[in-house]
Write a protein that binds this ligand. Structure first.
Ligand SMILES: [Cu+2]
Ligand SMILES: [Zn+2]
Length: 214
């Protein structure tokens, strides 16, 4: 083996160890991956209807993606309720989540409960597939909905405008068909593998540079 080749191999080895264990760039990449991490949650609904809703918080909004089946065709009130207690069915989830002491309203109203998500629409097979983006629902901070619950109702939510005695409290949405507790979805393993993929990709890059420059 020529001395220059020995030198290249030794340098490559030392640099690889540097990247994997003590390179500050690796630390920077790891922290930037952590910062881009989105908080996620899931609610699995049981009752006369069933389905699930996933929650993803990024920036100041939460995206909810759901599929619920076993509904009658048409609109159904859809809310986040205060408690994650389903020990007595959906009744024990209590009222709409309302940390700011407001009236019931539509999702686009300023005066609404944080849990007011309006209606979901079931097709002729009784399946509702939906995507809701909302700025009042949070997965972090003092008004996080983690540990609370999602409820789907038998009737449409009148968004506070129906003139019924319960329009300004529940939207006159009828009985509770199904509910599920909002629980954390783990994202830590995704975060670490992401950092290691980035770190590993630096090794071939360094070897390419070394063998071309030396
Ligand atoms: Cu409700
Ligand atoms: Zn409400």
């Amino acid at each position: 083996m020529k001395p220059s080749t020995v030198f290249r191999v030794c340098t490559l080895g030392i640099l690889s160890i540097f990247v994997f264990f003590i390179n500050p760039t690796a630390c920077y990449i790891k922290s930037s991956v952590e910062q881009r991490q989105e908080r996620r949650a899931i609610a699995v609904l049981f009752g006369a209807a069933r389905g699930n809703v996933t929650f993803t918080e990024s920036g100041n909004k939460v995206r909810m993606i759901g599929v619920i089946e076993g509904l009658s065709p048409g609109q159904h009130g859809f809310h986040i309720h205060e408690k994650g207690d389903v020990s007595m069915g959906c009744a024990s989830t209590l009222g709409h989540y309302n940390p700011h002491n407001k009236q019931h309203g539509a999702p686009q109203d300023a005066n609404r409960h944080a849990g007011d998500l309006g209606n979901i629409l079931a097709d002729e097979r009784g399946v509702a597939s939906f995507v809701i983006n909302d700025h009042h629902v949070r997965l972090t901070g003092p008004t996080s909905v983690l540990g609370r619950s999602v409820v789907v109702h038998s009737d449409p939510d009148d968004l506070g405008k129906g003139g019924h005695p319960d329009s300004l409290t529940t939207g006159h949405a009828g009985s509770r068909l199904a509910c599920g507790v909002i629980g954390t979805l783990e994202t830590a393993s995704m975060m670490h593998s992401g950092a290691w993929v980035l770190k590993a990709s630096l090794v071939p890059l360094i070897s390419l540079l070394l063998f071309n420059l030396l």
